[in-house]
Design a protein. Structure first.
Length: 306
């Protein structure tokens, strides 16, 4: 499992660099982006219905759906870590997910003594087979109780300890944390089975009803993640003048980051001026930065006219 993920992550990282360059060239608009990874179609049905998601004809092993705006995308991964890892990477590529995407894993889980239907926000993930541990920390305020999750390779029926049990969480978090920052990743689990309610008695209708009974909190969490994603979009979005300037002069990575910050300031000070018109006599990246900073610093606001 781990070797499978590492191999695919290597390929993904190569594609990701190309993807970032492509996104910069397109001058991405600021918008929230939400990606749902859900194992079972019965778990996904209420989410698809709420957001009016329709199937996307993309081929491949994993069904994909999206809403009309292209903000919310969902993939049905199927059960297990390998499926979840592959489906998460597949959704990332098919949906052209930007770096500010919020990732949500929603599903059922077993627990020793929690009441069936209880919704939890996961703040600790343990992979039983590797003993790896992650600590999800979405930057949202919520009334949902927090709980740790143990991801297993086979259905758990002993329900030892105080953890929830599932078969997808660790793979989802391991992959999604390489696609976005950890503050934009959420794992939501609903208790579906335990010593007093056998997992073998779960039906499709029962699974859907567990999701439906928690819709308000699920959608509230998703709305909070939309807000965070939109803020991150604003932070990462490339100023319009960035591409032509970096195409004309060579910028090191450090200077490129500095240029983005300068151009954001330029937009606030000179909203109607193209900085390229002022750079016709500059020979290198260093002189471009000095020229733009100088013009910004010389700009004086006449507060009496405001």
């Amino acid at each position: 499992m781990l070797k499978y993920i590492q191999k695919n992550l290597k390929d993904w990282k190569i594609s990701f660099v190309k993807l970032i360059k492509l996104k910069e060239a397109k001058l991405i608009k600021e918008t929230a982006a939400i990606r749902w990874v859900v194992a079972l179609k019965e778990e996904a049905a209420p989410i698809r219905s709420y957001y009016n998601m329709m199937p996307v004809e993309v081929g491949g092993a994993y069904p994909v759906f999206k809403d009309n705006e292209g903000k919310h995308w969902l993939v049905n991964s199927g059960i297990g870590k390998v499926n979840t890892a592959a489906a998460t990477m597949f959704l990332n590529q098919i949906s052209d997910a930007p770096p500010w995407t919020a990732w949500i894993n929603l599903g059922i889980a077993g627990h020793r003594n929690s009441e069936c239907g209880t919704l939890y926000l996961i703040d600790k993930v343990i992979d039983q087979s590797t003993n790896y541990i992650w600590y999800p920390s979405p930057a949202i305020s919520t009334s949902i109780d927090k709980q740790s999750l143990c991801t297993v390779d086979q259905p758990e029926t002993n329900y030892f300890g105080d953890d929830l049990f599932d078969m997808e969480g660790s793979a989802f978090f391991q992959i999604s944390s390489n696609l976005s920052c950890q503050q934009l990743i959420v794992i939501l689990k609903i208790v579906s089975d335990g010593p007093s309610f056998n997992i073998k008695k779960l039906t499709k209708n029962k699974i859907s009803s567990l999701i439906l009974s928690n819709l308000q909190q699920i959608y509230s969490t998703a709305a909070n993640m939309e807000h965070l994603s939109s803020k991150e979009s604003h932070r990462l979005n490339v100023p319009q003048a960035y591409i032509p300037i970096t195409n004309n002069w060579h910028f090191s990575q450090t200077r490129a980051y500095k240029l983005r910050d300068i151009l954001r300031r330029w937009q606030a000070v000179y909203p109607d001026q193209d900085p390229m018109f002022h750079l016709t006599e500059n020979d290198d990246a260093a002189s471009v930065i000095v020229k733009l900073l100088g013009m910004i610093n010389r700009h004086q606001i006449n507060w009496e006219e405001r």
